[in-house]
Design a protein around this ligand. Structure first.
Ligand code: VAL
Length: 189
């Protein structure tokens, strides 16, 4: 079984004195249709995270230090400069901008389920749709969003572009919206 894998950028809006707002977290998900339910990003307190800048990019990106080379190769990034490296614990409660909803900020949370086997060391977190996600969301006191009804159709809460769409078909909409916003960094079906 292969699951899709999407890498997208979330702009930092409050870097807690550690990150600037020209910096984007490189977030990984295998379920792009749950991005409308995204409430945060989970990282590991003990991992090192690097702020990097590839040649030709004005944005800076945060990726687990150990995965920078791997991810850069995947994205076709060249001449990647590492600007600084921080501990995951220092990024606790950093806030980012939700890629679709201007009014929604996402919180960086420390969890115990992030691995370095795949992805970026920063996991999209939708507490309404995953056990690990639910646990960490509860720890951080989030209200749990479930913008899908019992029949599997997205609800009004997901916004006009998703409302009434079957969840499987929402993957493509989510990817298209990320792409249009220049926030989609890589996608493998
Ligand atoms: N965290 C998972 C993912 O990114 C789900 C459960 C939302 O794919």
């Amino acid at each position: 079984v292969t699951s899709p894998s999407a890498f997208f950028a979330e702009q930092v809006v409050d870097g807690k004195g550690v990150l600037d707002t020209d910096t984007y977290l490189v977030v990984w998900t295998t379920t792009p249709w749950t991005i409308p339910a995204s409430e945060g990003v989970t990282i590991d307190a003990s991992f090192e995270y690097s702020v990097v800048q590839p040649q030709g990019e004005t944005r800076k990106f945060v990726i687990a230090a150990e995965l920078v080379n791997n991810v850069a190769e995947k994205f076709g990034w060249e001449d990647v400069k590492t600007l600084k490296t921080v501990k995951g614990a220092d990024l606790d409660r950093v806030l980012t901008q939700h890629p679709f909803y201007p009014d929604r900020k996402l919180v960086v949370m420390l969890g115990d389920f992030v691995t370095l086997d795949a992805g970026t060391g920063l996991v999209h977190t939708a507490p309404g749709f995953g056990e690990d996600d639910f646990r960490v969301g509860m720890q951080y006191g989030l209200d749990i969003l479930v913008p899908v009804n019992d029949q599997g159709y997205m609800t009004e809460e997901a916004g006009d572009d998703f409302n009434g769409v079957f969840y499987e078909d929402a993957n493509q909409i989510a990817l298209d919206k990320l792409k249009a916003a220049n926030l989609l960094l890589d996608y493998m079906p």
